[in-house]
Design a protein. Sequence first.
Length: 291
Amino acid sequence: MTDTSEYVPPKIWTWDKESGGRFANINRPVAGPTHDKELPVGKHPLQLYSLGTPNGVKVTVMLEELLAAGHSGAEYDAWLINIGEGDQFSSGFVGANPNSKIPALIDRSGAEPIRVFESGAILIHLAEKFGAFLPTDTAKRAETLSWLMWQMGSAPFLGGGFGHFYAYAPTKQEYPINRYAMEVKRQLDVLDRRLAEHEYIAGGDYTIADMAIWPWYGALVKGIVYDAGEFLQVQEYKNVLRWTDQLAARPAVKRGRMVNRVTGDPASQLRERHDATDFELRTQDKLEAAE
Protein backbone atom coordinates (compact mmCIF):
# COMPACT_ATOMS: atom_id res chain seq x y z
CA MET A 1 0.00 0.00 0.00
CA THR A 2 1.28 3.45 -0.87
CA ASP A 3 0.64 6.31 1.53
CA THR A 4 -0.13 9.31 -0.66
CA SER A 5 -0.86 11.78 2.13
CA GLU A 6 1.61 14.62 2.38
CA TYR A 7 3.34 15.27 5.65
CA VAL A 8 3.87 18.90 6.53
CA PRO A 9 6.53 19.26 9.26
CA PRO A 10 5.48 21.49 12.17
CA LYS A 11 7.56 24.54 12.99
CA ILE A 12 8.80 22.82 16.14
CA TRP A 13 9.28 19.06 16.41
CA THR A 14 7.71 17.31 19.42
CA TRP A 15 8.16 13.74 20.58
CA ASP A 16 5.34 11.40 19.58
CA LYS A 17 5.95 8.10 21.32
CA GLU A 18 3.48 6.30 19.07
CA SER A 19 5.13 7.21 15.75
CA GLY A 20 8.29 5.13 15.87
CA GLY A 21 7.04 1.78 14.62
CA ARG A 22 8.30 -1.47 16.09
CA PHE A 23 11.01 0.11 18.24
CA ALA A 24 9.06 3.12 19.50
CA ASN A 25 9.26 1.91 23.11
CA ILE A 26 13.07 2.16 23.20
CA ASN A 27 13.57 5.32 21.14
CA ARG A 28 13.80 8.69 22.83
CA PRO A 29 15.27 12.09 21.98
CA VAL A 30 17.53 12.39 25.03
CA ALA A 31 20.62 10.55 26.26
CA GLY A 32 21.66 9.37 29.70
CA PRO A 33 20.47 6.62 32.06
CA THR A 34 16.87 5.94 32.99
CA HIS A 35 17.66 3.77 36.00
CA ASP A 36 20.51 2.75 38.27
CA LYS A 37 22.01 -0.67 37.69
CA GLU A 38 25.64 -1.71 37.68
CA LEU A 39 27.00 -3.99 35.00
CA PRO A 40 27.98 -7.51 36.05
CA VAL A 41 31.65 -8.46 35.88
CA GLY A 42 32.88 -11.97 35.14
CA LYS A 43 36.20 -13.73 35.52
CA HIS A 44 37.82 -12.99 32.16
CA PRO A 45 39.98 -10.05 31.01
CA LEU A 46 37.38 -8.92 28.48
CA GLN A 47 33.81 -8.09 29.45
CA LEU A 48 31.34 -7.74 26.59
CA TYR A 49 27.87 -6.28 27.01
CA SER A 50 25.86 -6.97 23.90
CA LEU A 51 23.03 -8.59 21.98
CA GLY A 52 23.17 -10.90 18.97
CA THR A 53 22.27 -8.28 16.38
CA PRO A 54 24.56 -7.77 13.37
CA ASN A 55 26.60 -5.19 15.29
CA GLY A 56 26.93 -7.51 18.25
CA VAL A 57 27.86 -10.51 16.09
CA LYS A 58 30.83 -8.60 14.64
CA VAL A 59 32.53 -8.59 18.02
CA THR A 60 31.67 -12.11 19.18
CA VAL A 61 32.95 -13.48 15.87
CA MET A 62 36.19 -11.54 16.37
CA LEU A 63 36.62 -12.84 19.91
CA GLU A 64 35.95 -16.43 18.87
CA GLU A 65 38.36 -16.09 15.94
CA LEU A 66 41.05 -14.77 18.28
CA LEU A 67 40.56 -17.70 20.62
CA ALA A 68 40.62 -20.12 17.70
CA ALA A 69 43.92 -18.58 16.61
CA GLY A 70 45.42 -19.30 20.03
CA HIS A 71 45.13 -15.91 21.72
CA SER A 72 44.16 -17.07 25.21
CA GLY A 73 44.07 -13.48 26.45
CA ALA A 74 40.94 -12.99 24.37
CA GLU A 75 38.83 -15.05 26.79
CA TYR A 76 35.68 -13.13 27.53
CA ASP A 77 32.40 -12.97 29.37
CA ALA A 78 29.46 -11.97 27.18
CA TRP A 79 26.57 -10.46 29.10
CA LEU A 80 23.15 -10.05 27.53
CA ILE A 81 21.86 -6.51 27.08
CA ASN A 82 18.17 -6.76 26.22
CA ILE A 83 17.52 -3.57 24.31
CA GLY A 84 13.80 -4.32 24.08
CA GLU A 85 13.63 -4.01 27.86
CA GLY A 86 15.83 -0.91 28.03
CA ASP A 87 18.94 -2.52 29.54
CA GLN A 88 21.06 -0.13 27.45
CA PHE A 89 19.76 2.79 29.51
CA SER A 90 21.07 1.52 32.85
CA SER A 91 23.62 3.68 34.62
CA GLY A 92 26.22 0.94 34.25
CA PHE A 93 25.76 0.55 30.52
CA VAL A 94 25.69 4.29 29.90
CA GLY A 95 28.99 4.40 31.76
CA ALA A 96 30.36 1.88 29.27
CA ASN A 97 28.76 3.55 26.26
CA PRO A 98 27.26 7.04 26.62
CA ASN A 99 25.49 6.45 23.30
CA SER A 100 23.43 3.58 24.80
CA LYS A 101 23.98 1.24 21.85
CA ILE A 102 25.33 -2.30 21.85
CA PRO A 103 28.00 -3.58 21.85
CA ALA A 104 30.23 -2.19 24.59
CA LEU A 105 33.48 -3.74 25.76
CA ILE A 106 35.36 -3.23 29.02
CA ASP A 107 38.97 -4.36 28.72
CA ARG A 108 40.13 -5.24 32.24
CA SER A 109 43.44 -6.81 31.23
CA GLY A 110 45.52 -3.80 32.30
CA ALA A 111 46.02 -1.75 35.43
CA GLU A 112 42.89 0.30 34.71
CA PRO A 113 39.74 -0.78 32.85
CA ILE A 114 39.39 0.59 29.33
CA ARG A 115 35.97 1.12 27.84
CA VAL A 116 35.53 0.71 24.10
CA PHE A 117 32.25 1.39 22.34
CA GLU A 118 31.12 1.33 18.70
CA SER A 119 31.61 -2.03 17.02
CA GLY A 120 34.26 -0.79 14.59
CA ALA A 121 36.32 0.69 17.40
CA ILE A 122 36.09 -2.59 19.32
CA LEU A 123 37.29 -4.57 16.30
CA ILE A 124 40.27 -2.24 15.86
CA HIS A 125 41.07 -2.33 19.58
CA LEU A 126 41.10 -6.13 19.63
CA ALA A 127 43.01 -6.43 16.36
CA GLU A 128 45.75 -4.10 17.60
CA LYS A 129 45.81 -5.64 21.06
CA PHE A 130 46.42 -9.14 19.72
CA GLY A 131 48.12 -8.32 16.43
CA ALA A 132 45.58 -10.26 14.41
CA PHE A 133 43.15 -9.78 11.51
CA LEU A 134 44.46 -6.30 10.71
CA PRO A 135 47.48 -6.24 8.37
CA THR A 136 50.57 -4.30 9.42
CA ASP A 137 51.58 -3.59 5.82
CA THR A 138 50.61 0.05 5.24
CA ALA A 139 48.70 -0.47 2.00
CA LYS A 140 46.86 -3.58 3.22
CA ARG A 141 46.02 -1.92 6.53
CA ALA A 142 44.60 1.10 4.71
CA GLU A 143 42.48 -1.15 2.49
CA THR A 144 41.15 -3.07 5.49
CA LEU A 145 40.28 0.05 7.45
CA SER A 146 38.68 1.63 4.39
CA TRP A 147 36.30 -1.31 4.03
CA LEU A 148 35.63 -1.33 7.75
CA MET A 149 34.63 2.32 7.59
CA TRP A 150 32.60 1.56 4.46
CA GLN A 151 30.53 -0.80 6.55
CA MET A 152 30.13 1.67 9.39
CA GLY A 153 28.86 4.29 6.96
CA SER A 154 26.78 2.00 4.74
CA ALA A 155 24.89 -0.17 7.22
CA PRO A 156 22.69 2.67 8.56
CA PHE A 157 21.20 2.92 5.06
CA LEU A 158 20.51 -0.82 5.21
CA GLY A 159 19.19 -1.02 8.77
CA GLY A 160 17.86 2.38 9.75
CA GLY A 161 16.85 3.15 6.19
CA PHE A 162 15.70 0.14 4.19
CA GLY A 163 15.09 -2.23 7.10
CA HIS A 164 13.07 0.28 9.06
CA PHE A 165 10.79 1.44 6.26
CA TYR A 166 10.41 -1.96 4.60
CA ALA A 167 9.94 -4.12 7.70
CA TYR A 168 9.32 -2.04 10.82
CA ALA A 169 7.62 1.28 10.04
CA PRO A 170 3.95 1.52 11.06
CA THR A 171 2.94 2.28 7.45
CA LYS A 172 4.44 1.32 4.09
CA GLN A 173 5.59 4.31 2.08
CA GLU A 174 6.77 4.06 -1.50
CA TYR A 175 9.31 6.87 -1.50
CA PRO A 176 11.56 5.79 1.44
CA ILE A 177 11.35 2.10 0.49
CA ASN A 178 12.37 2.84 -3.08
CA ARG A 179 15.05 5.27 -1.98
CA TYR A 180 16.73 2.84 0.38
CA ALA A 181 16.17 -0.27 -1.74
CA MET A 182 18.08 1.46 -4.53
CA GLU A 183 20.93 2.32 -2.17
CA VAL A 184 21.11 -1.17 -0.66
CA LYS A 185 21.26 -2.76 -4.11
CA ARG A 186 24.03 -0.34 -5.03
CA GLN A 187 25.93 -1.38 -1.90
CA LEU A 188 25.48 -5.06 -2.76
CA ASP A 189 26.83 -4.34 -6.23
CA VAL A 190 29.86 -2.63 -4.70
CA LEU A 191 30.55 -5.76 -2.65
CA ASP A 192 29.83 -8.13 -5.51
CA ARG A 193 32.27 -6.37 -7.83
CA ARG A 194 34.92 -6.35 -5.13
CA LEU A 195 34.47 -10.04 -4.31
CA ALA A 196 34.58 -10.97 -7.99
CA GLU A 197 38.27 -10.03 -7.89
CA HIS A 198 39.27 -10.94 -4.33
CA GLU A 199 38.63 -13.85 -2.00
CA TYR A 200 37.99 -11.59 0.96
CA ILE A 201 36.83 -8.01 1.29
CA ALA A 202 40.24 -6.44 1.83
CA GLY A 203 42.09 -8.75 -0.55
CA GLY A 204 43.62 -12.18 -0.02
CA ASP A 205 43.43 -12.20 3.78
CA TYR A 206 40.51 -12.64 6.16
CA THR A 207 40.29 -9.47 8.27
CA ILE A 208 38.11 -7.41 10.55
CA ALA A 209 36.55 -5.94 7.41
CA ASP A 210 34.98 -9.32 6.67
CA MET A 211 33.85 -9.68 10.27
CA ALA A 212 32.17 -6.29 10.15
CA ILE A 213 30.43 -6.66 6.80
CA TRP A 214 29.36 -10.31 6.99
CA PRO A 215 26.73 -10.07 9.78
CA TRP A 216 24.85 -7.38 7.85
CA TYR A 217 25.24 -8.18 4.18
CA GLY A 218 25.71 -11.92 4.51
CA ALA A 219 22.41 -12.15 6.37
CA LEU A 220 20.80 -9.92 3.76
CA VAL A 221 21.76 -12.06 0.75
CA LYS A 222 20.61 -15.17 2.62
CA GLY A 223 17.20 -13.58 3.11
CA ILE A 224 17.57 -13.71 6.90
CA VAL A 225 17.06 -10.03 7.71
CA TYR A 226 13.91 -8.09 6.86
CA ASP A 227 12.46 -11.00 4.81
CA ALA A 228 13.52 -9.04 1.75
CA GLY A 229 15.45 -11.56 -0.33
CA GLU A 230 12.92 -11.78 -3.14
CA PHE A 231 12.19 -8.05 -3.08
CA LEU A 232 15.88 -7.22 -3.51
CA GLN A 233 16.61 -10.19 -5.81
CA VAL A 234 19.63 -11.10 -3.71
CA GLN A 235 20.44 -14.17 -5.81
CA GLU A 236 21.95 -11.76 -8.35
CA TYR A 237 24.96 -11.16 -6.09
CA LYS A 238 26.72 -14.46 -6.64
CA ASN A 239 30.12 -13.34 -5.38
CA VAL A 240 28.63 -12.03 -2.15
CA LEU A 241 26.83 -15.34 -1.72
CA ARG A 242 30.07 -17.27 -2.27
CA TRP A 243 31.86 -15.18 0.33
CA THR A 244 28.92 -15.39 2.74
CA ASP A 245 28.89 -19.18 2.66
CA GLN A 246 32.68 -19.33 2.99
CA LEU A 247 32.63 -17.29 6.20
CA ALA A 248 29.55 -19.04 7.58
CA ALA A 249 31.42 -22.36 7.42
CA ARG A 250 34.17 -21.15 9.77
CA PRO A 251 33.77 -22.75 13.25
CA ALA A 252 34.55 -19.47 15.05
CA VAL A 253 31.92 -17.66 13.00
CA LYS A 254 29.36 -20.32 13.89
CA ARG A 255 30.14 -19.87 17.58
CA GLY A 256 30.23 -16.09 17.43
CA ARG A 257 26.84 -16.02 15.80
CA MET A 258 25.34 -17.93 18.75
CA VAL A 259 26.54 -15.61 21.51
CA ASN A 260 23.94 -13.24 23.01
CA ARG A 261 21.38 -14.53 20.53
CA VAL A 262 17.76 -14.52 21.72
CA THR A 263 15.86 -15.53 18.56
CA GLY A 264 15.69 -18.56 16.31
CA ASP A 265 16.33 -22.19 17.16
CA PRO A 266 16.95 -22.49 20.94
CA ALA A 267 19.92 -24.76 20.14
CA SER A 268 21.53 -21.78 18.37
CA GLN A 269 21.09 -19.42 21.30
CA LEU A 270 23.84 -18.92 23.86
CA ARG A 271 22.38 -15.95 25.65
CA GLU A 272 25.41 -15.48 27.91
CA ARG A 273 28.88 -16.84 27.32
CA HIS A 274 31.33 -17.25 30.21
CA ASP A 275 33.33 -20.32 29.17
CA ALA A 276 34.10 -22.20 25.96
CA THR A 277 32.16 -25.18 27.30
CA ASP A 278 28.98 -23.08 27.34
CA PHE A 279 28.48 -23.80 23.63
CA GLU A 280 27.96 -27.45 24.52
CA LEU A 281 26.34 -27.14 27.91
CA ARG A 282 24.36 -23.90 28.18
CA THR A 283 22.52 -23.27 24.93
CA GLN A 284 18.91 -22.28 25.43
CA ASP A 285 17.48 -25.67 24.47
CA LYS A 286 19.53 -27.37 27.18
CA LEU A 287 18.65 -24.75 29.80
CA GLU A 288 14.95 -25.10 29.01
CA ALA A 289 15.16 -28.90 29.15
CA ALA A 290 16.73 -28.72 32.60
CA GLU A 291 13.95 -26.57 34.06
